[in-house]
Design a protein around this ligand. Structure first.
Ligand SMILES: [Zn+2]
Length: 440
């Protein structure tokens, strides 16, 4: 999925954690990179076709797949840094060459300030998208194809990527306009913005599953009726009444496996990827969905939202402290001298990206803690044996090529879910204790 710098800002502004909290595994990591080969688009479109969908069962893991898993996870870890530093370098270039100020001058043809901000945002969005495109293609299409995840042709993938850009260009103006209005009017803009962003964040959580996700995938009632009955029973045991159970054709884009429970204000949705239905036993699915229901019952969406607001507030407060000094020091090169100038957007993105990167371990630790508590909840509510839960995790690792045993530093800094090996050991241990207690 498309995610260059502006998306980072958007995610920071609208609260990035609530949606990532509800998925079993992290969504595809951010995208951007260094082009190691210069590829022309037409060349790509004709030469690269998605890997043949393998009919052989992937589980248990072959030696070859194990090798792939190690390579893929090493690549992903390296990519986190490439992504971060490359993203900053591009923004710095746009800033220090005075290009940002030029874009702002061009945007002034729009006359009304609202449209100037919007036009600037669109111009910047397109520029940033184009510069990032080779890396984005490499990371999200080529690498995913190489490891056999990609189920789309290049053009299918690219048109969805462009749809993502379009959605962003349309809805991104709301927080953007709001932000620059406040900066020009109030000294405590960071505080007002953080509070004012709350309704917008809630709106995104409410509309994303029902409006945005269906633009990319088809949601339909689950076909396996026996499984549906079990899931509805599980949901009612968890106190979630009247939830709709959907299956989504996640296999349209990727063979990766995922599932989530979402909803606010009564609109509850239990969503399973078809990739999971096809590859997991009912017990394994019940455990995973028990875990997902845990997020719902423990109101992790609300906690995630609260956390996101606190983090947005902190980040903007820190930005407020630093950014004026940077502008003062380099205003000659930047060709703008105040934060309220829309040309400051790339600088704002740099500062926010650095803050997010540095404080990631804190938000990730909280997330891992919530995940652990939901593993426990999933065990209790589903009542499945320890081995079903363990194989569910094992399969997630095999199908998604996620490293079950990352370096502790990598886990600490970047993982929003505990390492799979730890989760497996935990559910096994927990099942032993639970069963011992029921016998006595
Ligand atoms: Zn979870």
């Amino acid at each position: 999925m498309f995610r260059p710098a502006i998306t980072t800002l958007f995610l920071i502004l609208v609260g990035f954690s609530p949606s990532s909290l509800v998925a079993v595994t992290s969504p595809t990591d951010s995208v951007t990179l260094k082009a190691d080969d210069s590829l022309s688009l037409t060349e790509l479109a004709t030469t690269i076709t998605p890997a043949e969908k393998t009919e052989l069962p992937l589980y248990p893991m072959s030696q070859e797949r194990k090798q792939n898993l190690i390579e893929y996870s090493q690549f992903k870890n390296l990519w986190r840094f490439v992504d971060f530093f490359f993203g900053i370098a591009i923004l710095a270039l746009i800033l220090f060459t005075g290009l940002s100020a030029k874009l702002r001058n061009w945007a002034k043809v729009a006359r009304f300030r609202f449209f100037v901000v919007w036009l600037f945002m669109i111009l910047f969005l397109i520029l940033d998208y184009l510069v990032n495109l080779p890396l984005s293609i490499y990371r999200s299409f080529i690498v995913e194809s190489r490891y056999g995840f990609m189920n789309q042709t290049f053009m299918e993938w690219w048109s969805e990527d462009l749809l993502g850009l379009l959605i962003l260009a349309v809805i991104g103006i709301v927080p953007m306009w709001f932000f620059y209005r406040l900066v020009s009017k109030f000294k405590k803009w960071w505080l007002i913005f953080s509070i004012g962003a709350i309704p917008f964040m809630i709106l995104m959580i409410v509309i994303a599953p029902v409006v945005i996700s269906p633009m990319f995938n088809k949601f339909e009632p689950i076909k396996d009726k026996a499984l549906e009955t079990k899931l509805v029973a599980l949901a009612s045991k968890a106190g979630i009444e009247g939830a709709d159970v959907f299956q989504v054709n996640g296999s349209k884009q990727s063979s990766k496996i995922n599932a989530y429970v979402t909803g606010m204000f009564g609109s509850k949705r239990i969503v399973l990827y078809d990739t999971m239905i096809d590859n997991f036993t009912h017990d394994e699915i019940l455990f995973v969905m028990g875990h997902e229901m845990g997020h719902y019952v423990k109101q992790h969406i609300w906690w995630g939202l609260g956390l996101a607001i606190a983090f947005v507030m902190f980040s903007l407060w820190l930005t407020n402290l630093l950014i004026y000094r940077i502008i003062n020091r380099f205003k000659g090169r930047f060709k703008f001298d105040s934060l309220s100038d829309i040309a400051s957007l790339p600088l704002l993105l740099i500062v926010l990206s650095v803050i997010t990167f540095i404080f990631q371990p804190i938000t990730n630790s909280v997330s891992r803690y919530m995940e652990r508590s939901c593993d426990l909840y999933g065990m209790d509510i589903s009542g499945v044996d320890g081995e079903s839960a363990a194989t569910a995790f094992d399969k997630l690792s095999v199908y998604n090529l996620s490293d079950p045993r990352p370096h502790p530093f990598i886990e600490f800094w970047f993982y929003d879910h505990p390492a799979l090996d730890k989760r497996i050991a935990f559910v096994r241990q927990y099942a032993v204790e639970r069963d011992r207690q029921t016998i006595h």
